[in-house]
Write a protein that binds this ligand. Structure first.
Ligand code: C5P
Length: 231
């Protein structure tokens, strides 16, 4: 069920990011910090944005041996992020270790999502390079079920796969979907896109980058996106 719009803060520096966020004087949007900004500015940028009152999805897509992921997740949970993620390809054991690391001494923890197959991976690449013989929908559904069995809260997926995930894992298992464009907009490099209104049925959160960050009036674009997604 449509819950909120998350703005992808795909900026190279803290200065540009904070300048962008300064425009939002009313509601503080939920934001996503990805590898580019995190690797450039480190944990300090997470703390700064958190202190400004935003909820944060830290999109670092962890994938390593279970013990390493567990320890890394412990660090991220101490940063007080609200949502973070990993690759389901890391196996159920890795996902379970991640959840353990993420859980704070008081029992609370950030939302943990799994990436199934990246939307940039084609079915042909999956067959020929990853040697996965199943189809893309079968793979996405199986990885989502693994994530659910490990105790995760949901997956990041294409809005076109969200229905399949809900049908496989149940309505309560979250779908967080990038690849969102306004009806009249250009696609950029996203191939499989959906409008905020259409995404509403099967996405719990939509992640929106350039349609908001590159808009002439980002605050207006954000508000339009929220009203189309939530109403
Ligand atoms: O600018 P745009 O709306 O395309 O940004 C989408 C955001 O979601 C980017 O930060 C991108 O890295 C991320 N993302 C994606 N597709 C995925 C996973 C993450 O577009 N499968």
């Amino acid at each position: 069920m449509a819950n909120d719009v998350i703005i992808a803060l795909d900026f190279p520096t803290a200065e540009e990011t904070l300048g962008f966020l300064d425009r939002f004087t009313g509601k503080k949007p939920y934001v996503k910090i990805g590898m580019e900004l995190f690797y450039a500015e480190g944990p300090a940028i997470v703390r700064t944005i958190k202190e400004r009152g935003h909820s944060i999805f830290l999109d670092l897509k962890l994938h390593d041996i279970p013990n390493t992921v567990k320890k890394a997740m412990r660090v991220l949970s101490e940063l007080s992020v609200d949502m973070t993620n990993l690759h389901a390809a890391g196996t159920r054991a890795m996902m379970e270790a991640a959840l353990e690391g993420l859980t704070r001494p008081d029992g609370t923890r950030p939302i943990l999502l799994a990436v199934t197959q990246l939307t940039s991976t084609s079915e042909q690449q999956m067959h020929q390079e990853l040697l996965i013989g199943a189809t893309m929908p079968e793979t996405v559904a199986a990885y989502a079920l693994n994530a659910k069995a490990a105790g995760l809260d949901g997956v990041v997926c294409s809005p076109l796969e969200a229905k399949l995930v809900k049908e496989s894992c149940g309505e309560g298992f979250w779908t967080v979907t990038p690849g969102i464009r306004f009806a009249d907009a250009k696609k950029d490099d996203q191939a499989r896109i959906m409008t905020p209104e259409k995404a509403r049925r099967y996405s719990d959160y939509i992640v929106v980058g350039r349609p908001i960050t590159q808009a002439p009036d980002p605050v207006e674009a954000y508000e339009r996106c929220v009203s189309q997604f939530l109403n």
